[in-house]
Ligand binder design. Structure first.
Ligand code: CS2
Ligand code: MG
Length: 402
């Protein structure tokens, strides 16, 4: 029997910080998993290094499900983003190994293709409306079939989702940047730019918008109702999701579809959202929701309730997660859309991925496993740098959801 011989944790900042787990078997097969939790990277690295690596050594790498149960149920202190991200990394690395041992790309192990390619959306943004419109046009020219639109609220800094450099990177400071937030200003402004996008470019592509947890349920209901004529593909994270029941109120007022789940880490965190049909798209990911094994379970539950998938794919999810996501997306019957922000050039120097983009779609690598190589030597050129996500404060100084 093949055994897990080595498990190594790498922390590097090529463009931004990524935590990567590499597992090596006694047969010399390696598998990699993403363990990046934006702004809390070292907590996961330490959870892996101190608490999971010792448990992995000597175990059978082929027993993926059993390993998942062992790390989840066997921990006693269950769930939470740090634990689930660490479990995700192990699970993803074991799927990579299984694919390599079988000589098959991971999507073949998941049942093969349900579709030819994976539709993605990217992020258009602007410091003002004309800049946003130019950016939307740029993405449409690149062939995207779906575009997310975000613009800075005039006179109030700190709007979520506005890109400054080539790649949107909110975790940019060594201590959290404090950004102002004004709900009324946002509610008055955001619908007008979504309308401007539809007026200028029509309805021949999908338009998305991320509220990023900033509204109360009744405010979100007002927003969704106001933008119904824009026919959004979705409004994302309209309100924080700790209270799953609160989405019922939004639902009762608007037909604008709802997407939730990038910050949720288990099937229990989305259980009522799905079974009560309170959302249309579930955004849980391979890296934060327990790896390929657990994500498949979430997506299968979602399929029963006509909820489709829309996995998170921001820059802080490494190319390993993107590749794993594409293997899952191409195989599940209830795929909806995949977020695709791309990565910095330095990131691509460290992670060599076989995922390809063409005409608004992503395609998985046909290499055995996930089809991503982690270049440890290149990574050593980019030592870890601490970076935090921003914190939002209302105009009276009190803390708001960022
Ligand atoms: C986001 C992210 O991509 C998205 O929809 O909401 O940009 C999110 O803010 C980051 O991934 C946080 O780490
Ligand atoms: Mg989001």
């Amino acid at each position: 029997m093949s055994k897990i011989e080595r498990a190594e944790v790498f922390v590097a900042s090529p463009g931004r910080t990524f935590v990567t787990l590499r597992i090596t078997t006694s047969d010399g097969v390696t598998g990699i998993g993403d363990a990046t939790l934006n702004g809390r990277e070292l907590a996961v690295a330490s959870y892996l290094q101190e608490h999971l690596v010792p448990l992995l050594i000597g175990k059978d790498p082929a027993r993926i499900e059993d390993m998942w149960q062992y790390l989840y149920r066997g921990a006693y202190w269950r769930r939470g983003p740090v634990t689930m991200t660490a479990i995700s990394a192990v699970d993803t690395a074991l799927w990579d190994i299984k694919g390599k041992v079988a000589g098959l790309p991971v999507y073949q192990l998941l049942g093969g293709r349900s579709r030819d390619g994976v539709m993605v959306y990217s992020h258009a943004s602007g410091a003002d409306v004309p800049a946003l419109l130019d950016d939307v046009e740029r993405f449409l020219d690149l062939g995207y079939k779906a575009v997310r639109a975000q613009a800075a609220v005039p006179d109030v800094g700190g709007s979520y989702g506005v890109r400054k450099g080539k790649v949107y990177e909110p975790a940019a400071t060594s201590l959290p940047d404090e950004q102002p937030w004004d709900t009324e200003a946002y509610l008055g402004f955001a619908p007008t730019y979504l309308e401007a996008v539809r007026e200028q470019f029509g309805f021949g592509f999908h338009l998305l918008h991320d509220i990023h947890h900033r509204l109360t349920p009744i405010e979100a209901a007002r927003f969704g109702k106001r933008v119904e004529d824009c026919r959004l593909f979705w409004m994302e994270d309209p309100t924080p999701a700790e209270n799953q029941e609160s989405f019922r109120l939004i639902r009762q007022h608007t037909t604008t579809p709802i997407a939730v789940g990038e910050a949720l880490t288990s099937i229990w965190d989305v259980q009522h959202l799905i079974t009560e049909q309170l959302i249309d798209y579930v955004r849980t990911t391979v890296v934060h929701a327990g790896g390929i094994t657990h994500l498949r379970r979430i997506f299968d539950l979602a399929a029963l309730y006509q909820v489709r998938t829309g996995s998170h794919g921001a820059t802080d999810l490494s190319p390993i997660t993107l590749a794993a996501a594409v293997h899952v997306d191409i195989s599940v019957p209830n795929f909806g859309i995949q977020e695709y922000m791309g990565h910095a050039d330095e990131t691509a120097e460290v992670f060599r991925s076989g995922v390809t983009f063409s005409d608004g779609m992503l395609y998985p690598s046909e290499e055995p496993g996930l089809g991503v190589e982690y270049d440890e030597k290149e990574a050593a050129r980019f030592p870890y740098e601490a970076r935090y996500l921003p914190v939002a404060r209302r105009l009276d100084g009190s803390v708001h959801d960022w």
